[in-house]
Design a protein. Structure first.
Length: 547
């Protein structure tokens, strides 16, 4: 219990009732003051508490806003990349002339994606950030889709114009007179395409329109000039130099067209010459085929060829071939020349036939053979043999074998001409024996081919060290040579038709010179001009009597 001291009033006269009332009032005042102090202290504590709570709430809100914006920045970048990719895929397969392509994308893809991304923000600053980004991305995508559609429309316009330009260029190159109509069609098509396109507007469209129209017009005009030059170089140059089309052709290009015109003139002349050559070759081939068929018929066992048949085929024959076949028909009923004459002619023609390519003496057609036949210097058998050799030499394998047969013929020919090295007298039948020998070689080659053997073995058989062994049966003795030479000198020279084509011979036989009087009857003139006789197998030089 508190120790309350009792205070006794001194020198104060108070009534008991007053004293009690005053004490109560004073006590009340003291209590009121105490409670006032307590209340003031509690009010200060409340304000301090509220401030603490408010500070804590501000920190939490700032953290939430930071987290939303931080995460939203990352998801915004992802959303922007996704939308760009979706639009690129959408635009890749879109019709560039469809104005609703961008609108549908914005409505069906862009806006739902933006709304979904914006809905993730709940704080005031987060929503402000989201609204700002959504607005900016929407603006960007609007510009991108409009720009991309314009680009696609421009590319489509270029493709369409290039297609139109190509078609018109082909047309005017084939028909240069249609140039003006082609340019009108182009200008109308360009105008209609750009005017009707919802995606081609503004300065970009105007620039594209001018560029495409100019490029296409240049291509069409140049194609027309090329076409005109191809048809008529002079008229083509006039078109290239026409002021009406000068804005489509540069001065350098005019120079190119001039060179093209000159080249075209040369080409036209070359083509004309080639066509003429082709025409002649075709006519010559027809003539050659016709005369060959007639010759085959003429020398067949059951020939039906007549002079009238030849006349009926005159239009298919060259003048030379017409004369050839007429001459051969007339020659058919006449006898063959002497075997030695035909052999001489055949061997000379065979040598020429087997000459290398490029040699002016080479027989390249059957005409020289036919001419010798008409002149009466070829037998039918030798004529057919030469025709066969000519046909075989026209093949690659036959040409190779012909070269080797020519080498063999050159090697053995001197041995046939002068079998004896002691007496310089040429065998008058050397060419006959040479041709018989070559026919035997050819027959063996054909037999080897028939049996699947290498024809080269036949050539090798008669070449090299064994040559003399195989030639001995064909070589005449000295007595036989002199005997035949004497008979030849005594015999009159046969009358033959003058050759139309001279026969080239490499080793002609000795000419038949009348023997002077005073020599023995069996004396023979040698190649050296001296006369000889054979006595007991030995040749002796003789002089005329009286010397």
């Amino acid at each position: 219990m508190p120790n309350i001291r009792q205070i006794v009033a001194k020198d104060v006269s108070l009534n008991p009732s007053e004293t009690g009332t005053t004490a109560v009032v004073n006590n009340a005042r003291r209590i009121a003051g105490v409670y006032g102090d307590i209340a003031q202290m509690q009010q200060q504590d409340g304000r301090s508490f509220n401030q603490s709570i408010q500070a804590a709430g501000d920190v939490f809100v700032q953290y939430a806003e930071h987290r939303e914006i931080s995460q939203g920045s990352a998801t915004f970048a992802e959303t922007q990349a996704t939308l760009s990719q979706l639009w690129n895929e959408h635009a890749k397969n879109a019709d560039p002339n469809d104005a609703e392509t961008a609108v549908r994308f914005q409505k069906d893809v862009l806006e739902p994606a933006l709304e979904q991304w914006r809905g993730a923000f709940v704080t005031a600053r987060g929503q402000d950030y989201a609204e700002n980004r959504v607005s900016r991305l929407r603006e960007h995508m609007f510009e991108k889709t409009r720009s991309d559609m314009a680009t696609l429309a421009g590319e489509a316009a270029q493709v369409n114009m290039r297609t139109m330009s190509n078609q018109l260029s082909v047309m005017v190159r084939a028909d240069p007179t249609s140039l003006d109509m082609a340019l009108e069609t182009l200008n109308h098509g360009v105008g209609a395409m750009f005017d009707s396109s919802p995606n081609l507007t503004g300065p970009q469209a105007s620039a594209a329109r001018t560029k495409i129209s100019q490029a296409a017009s240049e291509a069409i005009v140049k194609a027309a000039v090329f076409g005109a030059i191809e048809k008529n170089p002079t008229e083509g140059l006039k078109l290239a130099q026409d002021p009406k089309y000068s804005k489509y052709i540069t001065g350098m290009e005019v120079g190119q067209f001039e060179r093209e015109a000159r080249a075209q003139e040369r080409m036209a002349l070359a083509e004309q010459r080639y066509a003429e050559m082709q025409r002649k070759e075709q006519k010559q081939k027809l003539s050659e085929d016709t005369v060959k068929a007639m010759v085959d018929n003429l020398y067949s066992p059951n020939s039906t060829l007549t002079i009238q048949n030849v006349r009926d085929a005159k239009d298919q024959l060259s003048l030379q071939h017409f004369e050839h076949i007429l001459g051969m028909v007339e020659r058919r009923s006449k006898p063959d020349p002497r075997a030695t004459v035909s052999a001489e002619t055949s061997s000379a023609l065979l040598e020429r036939m087997w000459l290398p390519e490029g040699d002016d003496r080479k027989v390249t057609t059957l005409d020289p053979i036919r001419e010798e036949m008409i002149a009466g210097r070829l037998s039918k058998a030798d004529f057919n043999f030469l025709n066969e050799q000519f046909d075989r030499a026209s093949t690659p394998d036959g040409s190779r074998l012909s070269t080797q047969k020519k080498q063999l013929m050159d090697a053995v020919k001197p041995l046939f001409d002068k079998p004896s090295s002691l007496v310089p007298i040429t065998d008058p039948e050397s060419r006959l024996k040479l041709m018989q020998f070559m026919k035997q070689v050819d027959g063996e080659i054909m037999e080897a081919r028939k049996n699947g053997k290498d024809p080269q073995a036949v050539i090798d058989k008669y070449s090299g060290p064994n040559m003399m062994q195989h030639l001995s049966p064909w070589q005449a003795s000295l007595q036989d040579i002199m005997k035949k030479q004497a008979e030849r000198m005594r015999a009159p020279s046969p009358a033959t038709t003058a050759p139309t084509t001279p026969v080239v011979t490499t080793t002609p036989t000795a000419p038949s010179v009348p023997k002077p009087t005073g020599f023995p009857e069996d004396a023979v003139r040698g190649d050296d001009g001296k006369y000889r006789v054979i006595r007991n197998g030995v040749p002796y030089i003789v002089m005329p009597k009286g010397n």
